[in-house]
Design a protein around this ligand. Structure first.
Ligand code: SIN
Ligand code: CO
Length: 407
């Protein structure tokens, strides 16, 4: 399925709504939907043998889940061919994460889902299951499109469930009690759209493969720690404190205290007021800190994924010569990109793999062209490189490996 426009038309037809916007307004994050005949042969992207091969690679995140009675046992990859030949005929599944980072056709498949902002896209996970295989009833904090690539899978869905009640003896977060409200079978080409936090259980009827396109959401509380907002705030407060300088002597005594051991209410009040004044940041500076923290957090690369610099660094002249010779640039599959508009002025900030790059108002087109598409539009990029800052940045990203020459 090469044509993104055609994929969207098929999605709209499958969901029975007039447009993608209608899908987003009425279905997205609201209800599960079965989308029949959405995809062509997905095994052309990766087949079962190739998936098993990927699961043997050390840099690929893979899991084997095997059903043992009522329990589910988990093993983390990498695996060896011998692990697979030792498996029984039924009751297990292999799951491989980030297939889009390792298989170019997987990345192209994801472009069909660009109607959702790119920062929400997490990865393409592909599973292969022997009959009876599955990961057990569970919920995901992700919205997902679960596309059937091979064989049939029976899905059962429940409503909102109590995520606290998990199977104590399972290696996975399997729900302890799961009451299906509806069930159906999906065949190759069909897809299930599943909003986050909905109980679901997919069991392979035949030998089956499922492609899951996952979309993450970020909890505001995550930003404080993992998103480094807490550290940024502390830094801003310290800078403010040092800019304001010393406040003078805080404890002028007017009389001898009755209790020399007491830190008095009056002194406490004075310190409270002064410290609170130091902690007050202007709404615009707070907005800037939050925006920067979010942009960094959302582009932080996954731990399992890394970008490596090329063997030889290019010079600016070398880069331009290659582009003028027809070479095209694309984002490294493991790198994450987005841009935001500045809070106070017309500036732009491009965020790449957790690093922020500030740009002036004249860089609006440049910020969009390096972040919008996986393959950078060649003519627009070349025109943008007449600006020295743009050339400097693109050269930096090429020499860090975050931009690579398309094959
Ligand atoms: C699978 O592909 O086996 C599991 C997908 C899911 O339930 O999230
Ligand atoms: Co799931």
């Amino acid at each position: 399925m090469s044509d993104v426009g055609e994929f969207r038309q098929r999605l709209v037809a499958a969901v029975g709504l007039p447009s993608i916007d209608a899908f987003l307004a009425q279905v997205w994050q609201r209800e599960a939907r079965v989308l029949h005949d959405l995809c062509d042969d997905l095994t052309a992207i990766i087949d079962a043998d190739e998936l098993a091969g990927l699961a043997c690679e050390p840099h690929v995140e893979s899991r084997l889940v095997q059903k043992a009675g009522e329990h589910y046992r988990l093993r983390q990859g990498p695996f060896s061919p011998r692990d697979f030949s030792a498996l029984p005929d039924s009751g297990w599944t292999l799951l491989v994460q980030d297939v889009d980072k390792h298989v170019a056709a997987g990345r192209e498949f994801l472009e069909g889902f660009d109607f959702v902002p790119r920062w929400r896209l997490d990865d393409l996970m592909v599973s292969y299951a022997a009959p009876g295989g599955g990961v057990g009833p569970h919920i995901d904090s992700y919205d997902a499109f679960l596309c059937q690539a091979l064989g049939r899978r029976r899905w059962e869905l429940s409503g909102q469930v109590d995520a606290q009640r998990l199977c104590a003896d399972c290696d996975l977060k399997v729900l302890q009690s799961f009451e299906a409200e509806r069930g159906f079978e999906l065949a190759p080409g069909d897809c299930l759209y599943l909003p986050a936090n909905l109980g679901h259980d997919g069991v392979a009827i035949d030998e089956c493969m499922t492609f899951s396109v996952g979309f993450r959401a970020v909890e505001p509380s995550e930003l404080l720690g993992a998103g480094s907002l807490a550290a940024d705030l502390a830094q801003a407060w310290l800078e403010q404190a040092s800019a304001l300088g010393h406040s003078g002597y805080l404890d002028r005594l007017v009389s001898s205290p009755p209790n020399p051991g007491e830190l008095t209410e009056e002194t406490l009040r004075r310190y409270r007021d002064q410290v609170k004044a130091l902690l007050e940041l202007s709404p615009a500076s707070l907005d800037e800190l939050i925006d920067a923290s979010l942009a960094r957090f959302l582009t932080e690369p996954k731990e399992s994924q890394f970008v490596e610099p090329p063997d030889e660094a290019l010079s600016a002249a070398g880069l331009l010569a290659r582009l003028d010779g027809g070479a095209r640039l694309r984002q490294h599959p493991a790198s994450r990109w987005l841009f935001i508009r500045g809070v106070r002025d017309e500036s732009f900030v491009v965020s790449v793999d957790g690093e922020l790059y500030e740009l002036g108002s004249e860089s609006a087109d440049f910020a969009a062209l390096v972040t919008d598409q996986l393959s950078l539009p060649h003519a627009r990029l070349r025109a943008a490189l007449t600006h020295p800052r743009h050339l400097e940045l693109v050269l930096e990203w090429v020499n860090s490996g975050q931009l690579v020459f398309a094959q």
